[in-house]
Design a protein around this ligand. Structure first.
Ligand code: A3P
Length: 299
């Protein structure tokens, strides 16, 4: 195993799909020049930032936020319904990095990012913007991520689940450690401009969470609007929409193998983790997260 990049390998056996930046393992879609520029990015007071570790409900929460804006501001131009511009990406062949395109967008901007809190723009620590962090239980994140890596050609390859499992636990995956990522925002959840929610709550009581998000954004919704957003953000509707409109056309993912709207449940990890892996994972969680008070539903 490469000490710098774990078991990560390109599909053709090279490890150039990942690099380390400030100690964190990053995708090659996020080159150093982009990551450096992002620190100085101009944040607007009315920006809405959706911050997630990958596979934690980025598309789902984006849908809810965009529908909320569109319902409460009828004059707004209908936007895309996916985080097509993942803030830190600059895929090869595109003239501009996504953050450069986003810089030119009209307000209110909805900005999706998987970056660790430490790598985000300086101005985000000054109370600007509304920041929504979505966390998901790490067992389902690992399960979803392993699947994503297997179908997305821009992601590193793993020869087996057990290899991935070990790297996930030790934070040797793209976007680095799940535990660090989540704890950074869990420890800042009391900030006035931060809303910390979980994927599991979005699945179990979407209605209440839609209401909570809209009130946090200062865009209260009536019952009919909540009904509509519940329907638009449902797994069935998003799956149907994705089939007709692939989320990331530039990556040419096979829509039949979509990594973005796949199962949408709590507890798929049970189909992946062995009993022994689960026990070791629980020990790992207790060691790294235990004292923080952060708890998840696992089924
Ligand atoms: P699974 O792979 O476990 O099914 P992200 O958007 O951050 O990449 O997260 C993807 C995960 O969110 C996938 O999880 C996907 O199925 C799930 N998801 C996407 N849309 C959803 C929806 N409308 N309802 C529930 N889950 C959804």
């Amino acid at each position: 195993m490469d000490s710098q990049t774990g078991n990560l390998k390109n599909k053709d056996g090279h490890s150039n799909l990942v690099h380390r930046y400030k100690g964190r393992l990053m995708s090659c879609l996020s080159p150093v020049s982009t990551l450096e520029a992002i620190k100085q990015f101009d944040v607007r007071d009315d920006d809405i930032w959706i911050m997630t570790y990958p596979k934690s409900g980025t598309n789902l929460s984006n849908k809810i936020v965009r529908c909320t804006i569109e319902s409460t501001s009828p004059n707004i131009t209908k936007g895309t319904d996916f985080p097509g511009n993942v803030f830190e990406f600059h895929p090869q062949g595109l003239p501009k990095a996504f953050h450069q395109t986003i810089a030119e967008e009209v307000s209110p901007r909805v900005i999706s990012t998987h970056l660790h809190g430490e790598l985000l723009p300086e101005q985000l620590t000054e109370g600007k913007a509304k920041l929504i962090y979505i966390a998901r239980n790490p067992k389902d994140v690992a399960t979803s991520m392993y699947y994503h890596f297997s179908v997305d050609p821009s992601c590193p390859d793993y020869s087996s689940w057990s290899e991935f499992y070990e790297d996930f636990k030790s934070g040797q995956v793209v976007f680095d450690s799940w535990a660090d990522h989540v704890l950074y925002w869990w420890n800042r959840r009391h900030w006035e401009n931060v809303l910390f929610i979980t994927y599991e709550a979005l699945i179990k009581d979407r209605r209440s969470e839609i209401k909570r998000i809209s009130e946090f954004l200062g865009m209260p919704l009536d019952d009919d609007q909540i009904d509509m957003i519940e329907e638009e953000s449902s797994f069935t509707t998003m799956k149907k929409n994705e089939a007709s409109r692939p989320l990331f056309p530039i990556w040419k993912l096979d829509p039949a193998l979509s990594p973005f709207v796949r199962k949408g449940i709590i507890g798929d990890w049970k189909n992946r983790f062995t009993v022994a892996e689960n026990e070791r994972f629980n020990e790992w969680y207790a060691q790294w997260i235990g004292d923080s008070g952060l708890k998840f539903d696992y089924d």
